[in-house]
Design a protein around this ligand. Structure first.
Ligand code: GAL
Length: 433
């Protein structure tokens, strides 16, 4: 198998339609989903670990929920390029080569992701692609790679202004497009130089923060920024740190061009059940890529339950706009997501980041922010985690939310269909591209 039929059709269409947004490769019209090696294996990867993960993904039927890409992160190559300047895979880790690995993954119906850096070296100090973009893109296309995660380490000072970063990342974007193979371009420059302003025309997604850690909420000097404009993105960024930085950035994303809040920590130790549900919900609502990072061969029932909640996955993949925050108080935040199907429906999510279980009352004035007509209607509410039907509500809703937990309610318009108010639209829907 070379390119999945659907991808081929979308790519052909993208080539014909000049009006397409984003990177013109027709990929990631909804945020990409999959699994990545880094958070479980770091540099200890090889053919067996990656194929083992792909098999586990299939066995758990996670592909049926949308998890499609198996992404190999850093540390797959030798420390030297060959005599003609091409990257070489490590033959001890990959005795049958990368093309064979890609073939095996494709045979399972999954997509194969590759990793490099827009720098002299990758973060693990293997050769990076800076100044070798065309050679590397050609090699990746020859290996039938479907996805490139492209990092930012050792960039030789080619950052500091949006234009410098843009030009560095644009070289690989063009090189990938030139291969003629649709390769999803996942930029990983940690939010440096405000990628949300310039990446949408060259990449399918861009990281907006330093690396995530499986901690709910903790300041850490290794991730010093609390704001999205950041000179030192770092790593060990907690879930709440990333959520707070991401909150205003949704307005910059659209179909085919997404803010990436980093890999999921669902299924990893340390985060409790409530924290993991909160994490997964917000990642889905803001339409971040949903790339799992846990040891998928040891997925607990609880992690599986979270990762396969179809109602939550629908917030990422379905007809909903990009989630945004209505308010942020000391111990709580209210997040909203408008339906894009003209139904007048709405999703509300109340985060309780305080230290005790609590009760909250949310008034419609905080839900329908600048749409007075929509406040007048009644709405049928379903809790998307418990699946409880909460009946029809008007004017306000009262809910209980556990410590570090989230309430997510889908509000279905229950008024007179003739006067159904419409959500205002700020972004193109995937269908409109
Ligand atoms: C970091 C990146 C991580 C991982 C790591 C590999 O820069 O943010 O997600 O790819 O490099 O060395």
């Amino acid at each position: 198998m070379v390119i999945p039929q659907t991808h081929r059709a979308v790519f052909a269409l993208a080539m014909v339609l000049k009006t397409i947004h984003a990177i013109d490769n027709g990929l990631a019209l909804t945020p990409q989903m999959g699994w990545n090696t880094w958070n479980t294996f770091a540099c200890n990867i090889n053919e067996d670990t990656i194929l083992g993960a792909a098999k586990a993904l299939k066995k758990l039927k996670l592909d049926e929920y949308g998890y499609h890409y198996v992404v190999m992160d850093d540390c797959w190559s030798l420390h030297q390029r060959n005599a003609t300047g091409y990257l070489q895979y490590d033959p001890v880790k990959f005795p049958k080569g990368i093309k064979h690995l890609a073939d095996e993954i494709h045979a399972m119906g999954l997509g194969f992701g590759m990793y490099s850096s827009a720098g002299k070296y990758t973060c693990g100090r293997y050769p990076g692609s800076l100044a070798f973009e065309e050679k590397d893109a050609d090699l990746f296309a020859e290996w039938e790679v479907d996805y490139l995660k492209y990092d930012n380490c050792f960039n030789d000072g080619q950052s500091g202004t949006p234009l410098i970063s843009f030009e560095r990342y644009e070289v690989m974007s063009k090189a990938l497009n030139r291969t003629g193979r649709p390769i999803l371009y996942s930029m990983c420059n940690w939010g440096e130089d405000s990628p949300w302003d310039w990446a949408p025309t060259i990449a399918n997604s861009w990281r907006m923060s330093g690396d995530i850690i499986n901690v709910f909420d903790r300041y850490d000097d290794r991730c010093p920024c609390e704001d999205y404009i950041c000179r030192l993105p770092g790593h060990h960024c907690s879930i709440m740190n990333i959520i707070n930085k991401a909150a205003p950035l949704g307005q910059k994303a659209h179909a085919g061009a997404w803010n990436d809040l980093d890999m999921l920590e669902v299924g990893n130790e340390n985060l409790d059940y409530e924290e993991q549900k909160l994490h997964f919900t917000i990642w889905a609502m803001v339409k971040s890529p949903l790339i799992m990072g846990h040891d998928i061969t040891h997925t607990s029932d609880q992690a599986l339950e979270i990762l396969t909640n179809k109602d939550i996955i629908d917030l990422s993949q379905g007809k909903w706009g990009i989630g945004y925050r209505s308010y942020k108080k000391t111990n709580s935040q209210l997040w909203l997501q408008d339906a894009t199907d003209n139904s007048g429906n709405m999703v509300i999510a109340l985060i309780n980041n305080g230290e005790k279980d609590d009760e909250f009352t949310i008034g419609f004035e905080d839900i329908f922010l600048d749409e007075w007509e929509r406040r007048k209607a009644g709405y049928k509410v379903k809790d998307l985690w418990t699946k409880d039907d909460l009946g029809v509500i008007e004017k306000k809703i009262k809910i209980k939310v556990k410590r570090h937990g989230i309430f997510v309610g889908r509000m279905e318009f229950a008024g007179d269909p003739k006067i159904k108010p419409r959500a205002k639209k700020f972004h193109a829907d995937p269908d409109e591209l």
